[in-house]
Design a protein around this ligand. Sequence first.
Ligand code: IMP
Length: 426
Amino acid sequence: MSVSIVVGAQWGDEGKGKIIDVLSENASAVLRYQGGANAGHTVYIGEQKYVLHLIPSGILRPDVVCFIGDGVVLDPIAYQEELDVLHKAGIRTEGRLWVSPRTHIILPYHKRLDMCAEKRKGKKKIGTTGRGIGPAYMDKYSRMGLRAIDLLNEPIRRERILQNLEMKNFLLTSYYEETPLDPEDILQQAAACADILKPYVRETIPDLAEMNAKGRHLLIEGAQGAMLDIDYGSYPYVTSSHPVAGGTFTGSGLGVYSGGDMRLLGVAKAYLTRVGNGPFPTELDDETGRMLRDRGNEYGATTGRPRRCGWLDLVALKYSCLVNGLTHLAITKLDVLDGFDTLNVAVAYQYKGRRLDFFPADLQAQEEVTPVYKSFKGWQKDTSTCREYDDLPDAARAYLAYIAEFLGIPVHIVSTGQRRDQIIFV
Ligand code: IMP
């Protein structure tokens, strides 16, 4: 089997959806291994825009099978909403979309607790998507969660939910000073969630083993990005899962895949964005930042929030290459940089009079570093019509060549627009 793992190499929103959509043309299956409906993968097919939050982007290719792996936290209500959109667009999901029985479930109380925790943190809030991600992973790791298979088992579902609600209601009323949840109401909602998921829950591990035996191509789709990883990201301003490529080993059911071909593709924007709070050394709170936001249409695909924008940060990206073990890079949204006179790229940081070449673990340092920039000449040509690497202006090729050299890995794909055909394979 050949496996391509496609992960976000920055703070999410790198344009993974489009890259996965393009690559899935040659894949038998696409698998999601972490996160939940906090993701927003935007794919354009012609003029039609699809935003997928939970279901792998491969669903848009009729012959591709999609798996939701064990490391995901799945909100059945968000899942149903997404199914409705797909079905309305004539996209079939029956018999080609499978949810692992071990996938943990997000119930309405997780979303409520997510909001309460954020409200309580006040100014120090993380700026979550409010999709219940953190509370669902908390339940999973404190061994209180419900997996898809538990949701489908009525007595287990009932017992686990009632047990959970004892603690959740204590938290809601005594700590957050909110109204409690009604157990009967939650049990009813959970029963409806079970009905939604029932046709889709099936062991995914034997399917993956069969694909392996038949030498098929599997594409693994990451959500968010390495800088939001619970272990490697800008903690505590992170998500609660493992967006790094290592997360696939526990979140997919594939194990430590060592047979055959494996490619680890990191997706990075030609500049940088972040939604939510937390450090962002190269953030531009000025006209240039606003230009990047307008030209790049930088608004969250899940929450609609304006994204914070800044220059490409190669210190953070180099760190991301290391913690992911990337073998190849995809650079997206290069066209957004068309027309700038000068482009800056962070190649180091200054902190307390010292030069830092490695992304620091210390939150205070992450917040207080000053980037050391290398400047590049911009280009005045429209790159969105370029289809070959050699069509790109010299200055754009110099920019890309520097990125590859700095990171020590090749740029394999360059995306220059939202459409499927606006792509260059290097
Ligand atoms: P959560 O994943 O909703 O708990 O949010 C935690 C942090 O991750 C917040 O800063 C969110 O804005 C950020 N985040 C979560 N999902 C995405 C994503 O798909 N793209 C970009 N940022 C994300």
